[in-house]
Ligand binder design. Structure first.
Ligand code: ATP
Length: 143
């Protein structure tokens, strides 16, 4: 049986001077992605999402709604094949200052929706397209 991992994270947004911005990270593999991380014992999946967003990016967020779940498989040097599920939420930034937790991610920035979408298309994981697209739809943004 393959090892199974469950992670959760979010499409985090904020209103900056009346302009909506979306948070994107650069993960430690150099790809554009979304803040996320593994579920810990005793946590709900929503708690995991908010904790990981806070730990990785310094932002305290509030869950607005679920977005979707993606699944993929990767090869871990020790554990072999891992079947992974990532639960994504739409999250509004409430407080905190953006600061990449460098042990876990390379970088984190805010982008206007159109730029975020382009960046996702250029250097993101294909299966995150649907996550960002659905989140933007929930925010009534057409890209
Ligand atoms: P976390 O604790 O945040 O879940 P991790 O670094 O342990 O992170 P992943 O981010 O899932 O695990 O990375 C493991 C492997 O999967 C890496 O090779 C990475 O490039 C790849 N990977 C990460 N996100 C995706 C994705 N959305 N689709 C496909 N492969 C991905």
């Amino acid at each position: 049986m393959n090892r199974k991992e469950i992670s959760a994270g979010g499409v985090v947004y904020r209103q900056k001077d009346g302009v909506l911005q979306i948070q994107l990270i650069q993960d430690r593999y150099g790809k554009t992605s979304l803040a996320k991380g593994k579920m810990e014992a005793g946590e709900t999946i929503e708690q995991t999402a908010l904790r990981e967003i806070w730990e990785e990016t310094g932002i305290v967020g509030k869950i607005i709604s679920p977005v979707d779940i993606i699944a993929y498989r990767y090869n871990h040097p020790e554990y072999g094949v891992v079947d992974k599920e990532v639960h994504y939420y739409l999250v509004e930034a409430e407080e905190g200052t953006l600061k990449a937790q460098v042990e876990e991610i390379n970088d984190v920035e805010w982008y206007e929706p159109h730029t975020a979408w382009q960046k996702q298309r250029q250097s993101g994981y294909d299966n995150n397209d649907i996550i960002l697209r659905k989140a933007l739809e929930l925010l009534n943004i057409n890209i």
